[in-house]
Design a binder for this molecule. Structure first.
Ligand code: AMP
Ligand code: MG
Length: 344
């Protein structure tokens, strides 16, 4: 299959909308990461997403809408008070809500769960595509399963060339990490996956916010994932990734020592560090993760892909505080490292 890469224009949106209606896949920009979309109401189309990504069938997708009234046909019961407050505060935006699903949603979208994940994105191209298609669009991130999520059209092309007919190029993504996933089916909103809408923001709008305990730890042996995305090594570069956590001077010292050891052993090491810490690593090869948590969110997946492009096989990253969007950054970094974390 020939993959077209087109800028977002009225013509490319019309072409993309037609492809979605015909049961084909289109990759498109959102404010979080690039999505790989199909008609959410067409089971055969949705199954193509799993094939193109190599995604395990037990990992559910998010249904994307471009107006609030498109929510109701997808869900089984009226949203509760907390859900309504969150929708009013953060939709459109980088927030996904989990509701009991209606029979209209095919089982492939929800991986057989009785709940459906819905997001109303803010990105104008994402909304224009949903409008052009005239149906809700089911989409996970547009990467091959297990790889870092794509934050540019070039990342999508690297993973999906020859596997999908069209990629819409809307430039780099603003948030850089996937949406915050919040279960609103219980008495208190519970964060299943942290993202750009932070725990603090959720508590401010809805009164309280629980964080699922699996957000910052691996699943235990035999534990059943409530959100199947929790289960796998995820977002990972090809090289081995180790996170070092602790006081800044101790972290730079330990990372420098591990780097030198890896180099002496004939490996190709690389350091990922906060902008302000780069000088402390001397002449060692290091990439900036940005100046703060928001910058880190934007840069993280890009840097993990750069690490692969540089052929790095021993990657060492600093940890950041889990305040604000830092919780989302550490959730992704921990999984990219398969929870290989050293405390100093
Ligand atoms: P992706 O966009 O590739 O990160 O995939 C969407 C993610 O949304 C999944 O990995 C899940 O974490 C989450 N998700 C989707 N539907 C549900 C659901 N019904 N319950 C819990 N989590 C969900
Ligand atoms: Mg993904």
């Amino acid at each position: 299959m020939q993959t077209q890469l087109l800028p977002v224009t009225a013509e490319s949106l019309a072409l993309a909308g037609g492809l979605i209606r015909a049961g084909e896949l289109v990759a498109f920009p959102t404010e979080t990461v690039y999505g790989l979309g199909a008609n959410a109401l067409d089971e055969a189309a949705v199954k193509r997403i799993f094939e193109a990504k190599g995604r395990p069938g037990d990992n559910p997708l998010i249904a994307h809408i471009s107006a609030i009234d498109q929510l109701y046909p997808l869900i089984a019961a009226e949203p509760g008070e907390a859900a309504r407050k969150l929708m009013a505060a953060y939709w459109p935006g980088p927030m996904t809500l989990i509701f009991p699903k209606s029979p209209a949603v095919p089982a492939a979208v929800t991986a057989g769960l009785s709940t459906v994940a819905v997001r109303f994105p803010a990105h104008p191209a994402a909304r224009a595509l949903i409008d052009a298609a005239g149906v809700p669009i089911a989409a996970p991130s547009a990467n091959r399963s297990g790889r870092p999520s794509p934050t540019t059209a070039a990342h999508v092309l690297a993973d999906m060339d020859g596997r999908i007919p069209l990629i819409l190029d809307g430039g780099p993504c603003e948030v850089g990490l996937e949406s915050t996933v919040i279960d609103v089916t219980g008495s208190e909103p519970r964060i299943l996956r942290p993202g750009g809408v932070t725990r603090e923001m959720i508590a401010a709008a809805a009164g309280s916010a629980g964080v699922d305990e699996a957000v910052l730890r691996p699943l235990k042996d035999g534990e059943r994932p409530r959100s199947p995305g929790m289960k796998y090594r995820h977002y990972a570069p090809k090289g081995s990734l180790t996170i070092v956590q602790g006081a800044p001077e101790a972290v730079t010292a330990r990372i420098s020592a591990m780097y030198d050891e890896a180099q002496a052993a004939g490996r190709s090491p690389l350091i990922l560090a906060l902008e302000g810490h780069l000088p402390a690593y001397g002449g060692r090869r290091a990439l900036s993760l940005g100046a703060d948590a928001a910058g880190m969110a934007r840069a993280l997946f890009n840097r993990l892909r750069e690490a692969d492009d540089l052929g790095a096989d021993a990657i060492f990253s600093e940890a950041v505080s889990t305040d604000g969007v830092g919780l989302a950054v550490m959730n992704r970094l921990d999984r990219a490292a398969a929870f290989h974390i050293i405390e100093v």
